[in-house]
Ligand binder design. Structure first.
Ligand code: SF4
Length: 413
């Protein structure tokens, strides 16, 4: 397993982020490299290829460029790869990564005390046929879009961090490429079976421009070429951005719009308000469902709703019936997630039979419903558990007693 990608010190903080630029945008910057001498535009494509397909860790590794041009790239572009600071391995094969960003987490303009960190998760999967033979392997990466999160979902450990800042487009791209490099996934070598979910730290639609730019770059065939249908963006329900997402066309996503998942989690406004305070500010469930109904749907496309089941809060069969009524006019599927325990959060995980009963009620009501298998719970890598566990010295700020799990997670060696 490779370690990390070396960082190139930027000339200035104003210099463009190389990882956030398309081949054309890189080409536009090239005349500055050799003033007075022509620099062919195809050099932009060469730089993009070196970064997005060869994961070049520094400018010297961009061997397709003349030595003189290579030596000047660092003066004109920032090349800020995240650094893998720690790895935490689960018994189920999941790995949680602590990634250190090149600059700090403090708001723009302030001097950071320490490098900002975000988390990303590697989820390997093996697919078996009916006879039990392994037919293929696939990989899912769950990545972060912000350092912490401002949305404050009451059941989520990331919320206890608060929001420090949003990631830049280059940092989102760098996070994905760093993981691809770590797992030696390249074009023609497993990259076509990679799924990407934006369900880590942060609310992607509160960092909309950078998320869209990053996804556009990651789906370009000249680069990693991730398949849009294998990418899922999860939102807690930022209504105006859901509407905008539905309007994004081929100019933004030439190979198609990635999938969207809506984190619903409650069948009534009162219940949702209690666990997702953003509900009221976004106009409640009526506004959310109205926005969802504006999303263009192909004949075989479904809206995905995520529903975290909290024992005694939103997991009764009456809740299931209310949920059916709520989504009645939407062609959708529902993913159920039995709450992943967080230290000091005041919730309980429903019993497996309650989860199954809830699912059966939804299926009987005609909605395709799946139970998401928990992954990486033992290393705080499961849904809603990303809060830099094993590296934080203090407990979450929203401490209220509750059942705290396990001893600190040991890093992977
Ligand atoms: S569930 Fe998602 S949106 Fe809600 S606080 Fe956690 S990271 Fe933020």
């Amino acid at each position: 397993m490779s370690s990390t990608i070396a960082s190139e010190a930027p000339a200035t903080q104003e210099a463009p982020e190389a990882l956030a630029l398309s081949p054309e945008e890189l080409a536009e910057q090239l005349p500055a490299l050799r003033p007075g001498r022509k620099m062919p535009r195809y050099r932009g494509a060469q730089i993009f290829h070196a970064l997005h397909q060869e994961y070049a860790g520094d400018w010297e590794a961009v061997q397709t460029l003349p030595a003189e041009a290579r030596s000047r790239l660092g003066e004109h572009f920032r090349l800020n790869w995240p650094r893998i600071a720690q790895r935490f391995a689960s018994v189920d094969g999941t790995i949680r990564y602590l990634l250190e960003l090149a600059d700090g987490a403090t708001p723009a303009g302030a001097v950071p005390a320490a490098p900002a960190t975000v988390e990303a998760v590697y989820l390997p999967d093996e697919v078996f046929d009916r006879a039990g033979a392994s037919v293929r392997r696939r990989t899912t990466f769950c990545i972060s879009t912000q350092v912490g999160c401002a949305v404050n979902c009451q059941f989520c450990l990331t919320a206890t961090l608060g929001l420090m800042r949003s990631l830049t487009a280059g940092e989102i791209v760098g996070q994905v490429l760093t993981l691809l490099r770590e797992h030696e996934l390249r074009p023609g070598k497993g990259l076509d079976r990679v799924n990407l979910v934006l369900m880590g730290m942060g609310e992607p639609f509160l960092n909309y421009e950078n998320v869209v730019r990053a996804l556009r770059l990651l789906t370009l065939q000249e680069g990693a070429g991730l398949a849009p249908r294998r990418i899922t963006v999860s939102t807690s329900g930022i209504v105006d951005k859901i509407r905008r997402w539905g309007q994004e066309g081929v100019e933004t996503f030439p190979r198609g719009r990635p999938r969207l998942a809506i984190s619903l989690n409650a069948p009534t406004d009162a219940q949702r308000q209690a666990i997702m305070p953003l509900n009221r500010g976004q106009g409640g469930l009526a506004a959310l469902l109205a926005a969802v109904r504006t999303l263009p749907q192909g004949p075989r496309e479904y809206v995905t709703f995520e529903y975290v089941l909290l024992a005694g809060v939103n997991d009764s069969l009456d809740d299931a019936a209310r949920l059916l009524a709520l989504v009645a006019e939407v062609r959708c599927k529902i993913n159920l997630i039995a709450w992943n325990m967080g230290p000091s959060l005041p919730f309980r995980t429903p019993a497996p039979e309650q989860v199954l009963a809830f699912q059966s009620r939804l299926v009987a009501g005609g909605v395709a419903t799946y139970i998401r298998r928990p992954r990486g719970q033992d290393i705080y890598a499961a849904c809603g558990q990303l809060f830099n566990a094993g590296t934080r010295l203090t407990p979450p700020a929203r401490a209220r007693g509750g059942a705290g799990p396990r001893s600190p997670t040991p890093p992977l060696r």
